[in-house]
Design a protein around this ligand. Structure first.
Ligand SMILES: Cc1cc2nc3c(=O)[nH]c(=O)nc-3n(C[C@H](O)[C@H](O)[C@H](O)COP(=O)(O)O)c2cc1C
Length: 265
């Protein structure tokens, strides 16, 4: 069932209602999955009736920009329970990936999400190089660039991405002090978009930067690989080695808000 977020009434205070006067308002309706808010205009006559108030009719002419706080309080119906965005909540970094394919359309949506990330001076200092699993040779080359135990699990992903930072501004080729910040925002957008679609990504700092630079033929004066990103639908942890399985199943932890949020008064 849809939930009414609030009801906004527009009427003059202490208005004496006359014949042929009516009240209008609008109501914002939130869908159960919190994805959609629509605003619906309605004539308040039947609503007021539902709320047990007397029938009210307002003249059309006095309807603009008059907010009656009493009526507003009476009918205001706010959702009190709030939670964070579901895609953020459900995002995590798996090691076990399923063999369900990730389509071209899905991949495009991930990069479309990156495209709309904010960036200093709107420089968008990010480039992405990616390979799909079906391109076995290049896929294996990307896996070879990873280090530590990353190759052990990332080799099962459906797509591998390398995010590359553009170090200098288009503006006079000056160093972009915010580039790392901005590529992080774009990568976060990819991660959240993936989660929204039931996919997950696992970002990796553990890769050989020089190897990646060489493989992608990057101009090191201006470009620097920042992360490798494994993409896929989450898989069965049973397919992992005992050590990786343990890390996969260990509960995720976070600092408390008090540890990193400081209200200044
Ligand atoms: C920039 C960056 C580098 C990371 N490097 C690695 C890595 O090399 N190997 C790995 O297994 N996980 C890596 N991670 C994943 C983090 O370990 C993971 O995000 C963190 O433990 C929080 O877990 P969660 O993403 O499931 O919430 C990296 C994440 C980020 C953002």
């Amino acid at each position: 069932m849809d939930a009414i977020v609030d009801v906004l009434l527009i009427c003059p205070p202490n208005h004496a209602f006359k014949k042929n006067e009516f009240l209008i308002g609008s109501r914002r309706i939130l869908s159960p999955d919190f994805r959609k808010i629509e605003r619906k205009q309605f004539s308040l006559y039947p609503k007021i009736k539902n709320h047990g108030l007397r029938k009210v009719r307002f003249p059309k002419t006095v309807l603009t920009n008059n907010l009656n706080p009493d009526l507003l309080n009476t009918v205001h119906n706010k959702i009190t329970k709030m939670e964070i965005n579901k895609a953020i909540k459900n995002r995590w970094s798996p090691r076990a990936f399923s063999d369900i394919p990730v389509t071209d359309e899905m991949i495009n949506l991930l990069f479309e999400a990156a495209r709309w990330a904010p960036s200093s001076r709107n420089e968008q200092p990010w480039n992405y190089y990616f390979v799909q699993r079906e391109n076995q040779k290049v896929f294996d080359d990307f896996v070879d660039i990873l280090i530590g135990n990353n190759p052990d699990w990332a080799k099962e992903a459906q797509v591998l991405i390398i995010s590359v930072l553009k170090k200098n501004l288009d503006y006079k080729n000056r160093p972009n002090g915010k580039a790392l910040h901005d590529i992080g925002a774009a990568n976060a957008s990819i991660a959240i978009q993936a989660s929204e679609m039931g996919l997950q990504v696992h970002q990796m700092g553990g890769f050989d930067k020089e190897k990646a630079t060489e493989y992608l033929k990057l101009d090191i004066e201006n470009f620097e690989p920042v992360t490798a990103i494994a993409v896929g639908f989450p898989g069965d942890p049973e397919q992992l080695s005992e050590e990786l399985k343990l890390r996969e199943l260990i509960p995720r932890t976070r600092k408390e808000l008090e540890e990193f949020v400081f209200e200044m008064k």
